[in-house]
Ligand binder design. Sequence first.
Ligand SMILES: Cc1ncc(COP(=O)(O)O)c(C=O)c1O
Length: 367
Amino acid sequence: MSENAAPPVRIRPDVLAMPAYRQGATPTRPGFKLSSNENPFDPLPGVLEAVAQRALETNRYAPAAMPELRAALAGEFGVSLDHVHLAAGSVAILYQLVHAAAGPGDEYLYAWPSFEAYPSLGLASGATGVAVPLTAGAEHDLDAIAAAITERTRVILLCTPNNPTGPAIRRSDFDRFIAGVPSDTLVVLDEAYREFVDAPDAVRGEDVLRDHPNLVVLRTFSKAYGLAALRIGYGVGHPAILSSAASVGIPLSVTGVAESAALASLTPGARAVHAERIAEIVRRRDALAAGLRELGLAVPEAQGNFVWVPEGRDRGGVDSAQALAAAFAEAGTLVRPFAGHGVRVSVGEAESLPEVLRIVREFVVAV
Ligand SMILES: Cc1ncc(COP(=O)(O)O)c(C=O)c1O
């Protein structure tokens, strides 16, 4: 399918003008794929068996309510299961929430750079996305986001830890910020990388959800649980907000296979292995960040499963994100460049660490 071909039917000009979501590239030769913040580990014990078993029922629609899974997730937040909404990836819930709350003439706010899907979330609903630049330290500028709120603002997206730069929002900053947000404006705490957060002062959705009826917390099985291919994520919040999100969602998109894989990931045995793997990814992340800092790069605090190399000498970074990403690609390893901002490197296999540091060292020395 050629991207530039004109469609043979009338398509909305604003849709035609919008670039499609760009997935992290797939390696074309042996090397590491560190471009999509994926989990390098195999599925947790019991998951493949559960998937194989459930796959025997592929001729049937999965019952949509999935009460066992929702109850398990609700328990983590101390809420009832009607506070949990499942979808085919948390990105689907992001779309649903923006569509449910923001229509033509309305605005939704987000920090930038952040998750690359944010700018197009309002496209189909006609809402305008307003990007608020991060601070020089690559953190959310909550004061600037607060200043950007207008009577047209319907949704505020907060990504913590921020993909792609790494810092988590501090609890005290979050509390101060949300106290100033109109109580009828939806705030979304996108915690796709929550399990990797170890900063004691970071905001955690489960700690703040009950104080704010206008807050929805998003989580996913794609990252820490390694189920990216099965597409399952969830939102936790006020049941009426989530039911509006469901109203604009595509029915029956969560598969039974994904449901069974998620449930199998939450058994005590799977959770124990999960905790060990998270600890290992966090160790690798911290080692990678430390190694890059030793090379003279100002890597911001990394709280997800990725590290950020800023672009620009004034930010303590490399001269060109694209050139660094090209050097990686040349060596067979894929990372994600954000032109004009920096390069995100996902934490992958143990053997990828020395390779990442080698490539960056050679790049920095060569410049
Ligand atoms: C910040 C953030 N939110 C949401 C998502 C979506 O994850 P998924 O749709 O796989 O649950 C991602 C994926 O990269 C992400 O980085």
